[in-house]
Ligand binder design. Structure first.
Ligand SMILES: [Cu+2]
Length: 151
């Protein structure tokens, strides 16, 4: 097949690919396995923005818990507390980490216990209307690796 013809065939696919999935890449998603008595847990991932424009996460949703929020951890008067984030910006060609001790996805009121090997579906909602579904495997902390400890 001539390259020109091939390019013509690819055009419709490129035009159709304006969705978040193309420009936004998720790495190492995981949700912390917690004992069955624990009503809450947290999820983490690294998000790359390969696009030329800033992306803003304005919402998160999941069926796994009665409420899902973006949180960050701040130090106040020597104590660390969690604070809700209403939006998280990712500059063009940049990335943002959701990791233990920092930004995280908070699952509040788990509808059923999460055990290792389960997968949690999370939907990211962006300011421009795009949505991005993520599958987050449930892992114990020590298995997740790849995160930094801040002391
Ligand atoms: Cu939290």
């Amino acid at each position: 097949m001539k390259p020109f013809l091939l390019a013509l065939l690819l055009l419709p696919m490129l035009a159709w690919s304006g969705e978040a999935a193309v420009e936004v890449e998720i790495e190492q998603p995981w949700v912390r396995a917690v004992p069955p008595v624990s009503p809450n847990t947290a999820g983490y991932f690294k998000l790359h923005n390969h696009g030329a424009v800033e992306r803003v996460i304005v919402g998160v949703a999941s069926d796994a818990a009665s409420a899902v929020e973006m949180h960050t951890v701040v130090e106040q008067d020597g104590a660390t507390t969690m604070q809700p984030l209403h939006e998280v910006k990712i500059a063009a060609e940049d990335c943002v980490m959701f990791e233990p001790g920092a930004h995280h996805i908070m699952f509040i009121g788990l509808k059923q216990p999460l055990k290792e090997g389960d997968e949690v579906k999370l939907m990211l909602q962006f300011k421009n209307g795009d949505t991005l579904p993520i599958l987050m495997p449930v892992k114990r902390t020590e298995d997740a690796g790849h995160h930094h400890h801040h002391h």
